[in-house]
Design a protein around this ligand. Structure first.
Ligand code: RUQ
Ligand code: CUA
Length: 665
């Protein structure tokens, strides 16, 4: 290893600590010129106290979370737990979030999709899929919290082709990656080609609340649906999914599913599907969902041949061009939506698959652009260019979208290429899947970083690289950041879109039936017959009320804890020592903690989130009284715990509580 020589760079970069950087061991990039280093450093530098321009919401893959970074700094600023418990925010420990998670402890988040109005991000919700347990979740962008998990979605195994939001967030459209027999039935794998089915599904979204419900499904041949895109503008009523294994093969797919030169893009009219489901004709109910057989419902689905084993499909900002890239062929194919419609109108079909008409490739194709090796996903800048990630080549290709002059040379459409480190999967541009991309930043989410970071043992962090795409010609590498496993797609959203994020939960809006707003309202009651203790707990800087809770060994305890603060970031936690419980309550929030007091003893509870100078003093005691011992704090050993104010005075007399002054009473 050798030190990067500082020289002239020192001038402006000393302050950034650039001189001690260690040269990467990994191959791949030409060293940047000094001037470029300076320009790049300044472009991504957000000085302490300044704020980023963009939110990068990137999927956390099998961590089950969504990570939030600021762009251009690329600093990780927040984690939104979705399918996985996360003690940092107490997610998965309170009854409300436990109910959402059900019995699952993880998920596999691949594709976040922000809600849209007229094809542009509206800052309301973020939908993310769970590829592992067939679910879809809604994050509220008002508070950046997971608010709903829907699923498992029936007739779906591997909810990968998800989540695609329609232009006005009427639906999140999803597709199953694996095909299985419908209705949770069993059929041996030998019957794969005939008895197994795929499905694309419409998840309805309530326009006022964002609440998701199952709309309808379209039964498909047993292809593997990969990734999708919703239309916009002229293609607004349509959605597209790529497939692999249109061979309907089993066994070692690396050979059995790569026989054909072309697989298909599903071309789906989701408004026609919705009407068919509403009309009910030709619909079979399977596992409680209206399932449309496209063979019996003409007009809902067509198949368009596309380059071998395609992965990504993307629709350009105008909604006219559909770009599909075959992993095993070095081109991105541009299709024209108008030409697709024309071919459908003329019934120019080459055949059918299980009754679904197959379009003619040549009818719809505009150009095969030779972007490079292993093209996966495409994003846009709103200035007439597309950016395609090249997995095998480990690069991003920038290329020109149509219209093309007659006889234009496809090779000449590729205007720039930039290497990334290494093996990019997804990429995202600012507002890149909307009608109005911003055209300034691109983030390459690389699958491997191969020794770019300091050593972290056998497993090394994933790398994400920030690329400046403002220039007319060349892209510029600006910054490299690392993240938890494992980013797939992301949404890069301007901060102004999220201007309605809240600072605390207003007391006036609290609908929790157990919320309390004064220490004197805290109370704990015990039902001796049911061996249940239920209470309301008041949390504020810097005490809990009650500071002492008595239960009997074996009791089930339910505590509704309200953080009565009405100030931003005044968060209190409720950690119960040895109980494996940590509830974190944001200002104005009420959460429910439930547990069984199995073993007698005294168990402190304490605030887990540093909230003030007396944070450490914010504690109390759960007394678990041995069976047969009377519970002194309750009238008759049952009923209501003694008056909270008294209880607290007693605590002050014999406990370590110091100062409750200024605690918002
Ligand atoms: S996939 S690397 Cu799960 Cu989105 Cu393309
Ligand atoms: Cu409340 Cu720390």
């Amino acid at each position: 290893m050798s030190r990067v020589s500082c020289g002239a760079v020192a001038l402006s970069l000393l302050a950034l600590g650039a001189c001690d950087r260690v040269k990467p061991e990994a191959p791949g990039t030409k060293p940047m010129a000094t001037g470029d280093v300076q320009a790049a450093a300044l472009a991504s530098y957000v000085k302490p106290g300044d704020q980023d321009q963009y939110y990068l919401f990137y999927s956390g893959g099998h961590s089950g979370q969504v990570f939030v970074a600021g762009v251009p700094s690329m600093r990780h600023i927040f984690t939104i737990p979705v399918f996985t418990p996360y003690p940092g925010t107490g997610y998965g420990y309170d009854e409300e979030s436990k109910a959402m998670l059900g019995d699952f402890t993880w998920g596999d988040v691949h594709h976040p999709a922000a809600s849209k109005t007229a094809g542009d991000y509206d800052g309301r919700w973020l939908f993310v899929n769970d590829n592992a347990n067939n679910r879809i979740a809604r994050i509220d962008l008002r508070d950046l919290k997971t608010r709903q998990i829907l699923g498992p979605i029936p007739n779906t195994m591997g909810n990968h082709g998800s989540s695609m939001v329609t232009e006005n967030t009427e639906y999140a459209l999803v597709a199953t990656r694996f095909s299985v027999p419908m209705g949770q039935a069993y059929a041996p794998i030998e019957e794969y080609a005939t008895k197994y089915k795929g499905a694309v599904s419409g998840i309805r979204i309530d326009s006022a609340t964002g609440t998701m419900s199952l709309g309808w499904q379209i039964m498909t041949p047993p292809f593997n649906w990969d990734l999708g895109a919703t239309g916009k503008g002229p293609s607004v009523n349509w959605a597209f999914w790529t497939s692999y294994n249109t061979e309907r093969a089993t066994g070692k797919l690396e050979t059995t599913s790569t026989q054909k030169d072309r697989d298909y893009v599903a071309v789906v009219n989701w408004t026609a599907a919705a009407s068919a489901a509403a009309a009910g004709t030709g619909i079979a109910m399977v596992s409680g969902v209206p399932v449309i057989d496209p063979a019996k419902t003409p007009g809902v689905m067509y198949l368009l041949p596309c380059g071998k084993s395609p992965h990504g499909v993307d629709v350009d900002p105008s909604g006219e061009y559909v770009i599909c890239s075959g992993k095993l062929q070095p081109t991105s194919t541009v299709f024209s939506f108008a030409k697709i419609q024309d071919a459908i109108a003329r019934k120019s079909f080459t055949g059918s698959e299980d009754g679904i008409p197959v379009l003619k490739y040549e009818d719809a194709m505009v150009m095969e652009v030779p972007v490079g090796l292993g093209p996966l996903h495409t994003q846009f800048d709103g200035k007439g260019y597309a950016y395609t990630s090249l997995f095998v080549e480990s690069a991003i290709a920038k290329w020109k979208l149509p219209p093309y002059a007659a006889g234009a040379d496809p090779k000449a459409m590729v205007v720039d290429k930039i290497p990334v480190q290494f093996n990019v999967g997804h990429l995202v541009t600012a507002h890149g899947d909307t009608r109005h991309p911003k055209g300034d930043w691109l983030v390459a989410m690389n699958k491997m970083s191969k020794g770019r970071s300091i050593k972290t043992g056998p497993s090394i962090p994933e790398s994400s690289q920030l690329i400046d795409i403002t220039g007319e010609g060349k892209m510029k590498m600006v910054y490299e950041a690392y993240t938890e496993p494992e980013p797939h797609f992301a949404q890069l959203i301007h901060k102004d879109v999220l201007k309605n994020t809240i600072e605390f939960y207003p007391k006036a809006e609290s609908h929790h039936k157990h919320a309390i707003w004064a220490a004197s309202d805290a109370k704990v009651t015990r039902n001796a017959a049911r061996r249940t203790v239920e209470g309301t707990v008041f949390a504020i800087r810097t005490y809990f009320e009650p500071g002492r809770i008595q239960v009997q060994e074996g009791d089930t305890v339910i505590l509704h804890i309200t953080n009565a603060e009405q100030a931003r970031d005044e968060i209190h936690g409720f950690g119960l020592v040895t109980f494996d419980k940590n509830v974190v309550i944001d200002p104005g929030e009420t959460k429910t903690l439930k547990f069984v007091a199995r073993k007698s003893g005294v168990y402190p509870y304490y605030c887990t989130n540093f909230c003030s100078a007396l944070h450490q003093e914010m504690q109390g005691y759960l007394e678990v009284v041995p069976r047969g011992t009377p519970l002194a704090l309750y009238q008759n050993g049952t009923g209501l715990m003694r008056a909270p104010a008294e209880g607290r005075r007693a605590m002050q007399a014999d406990g370590p509580h110091a100062d409750h002054a200024g605690a918002g009473k």
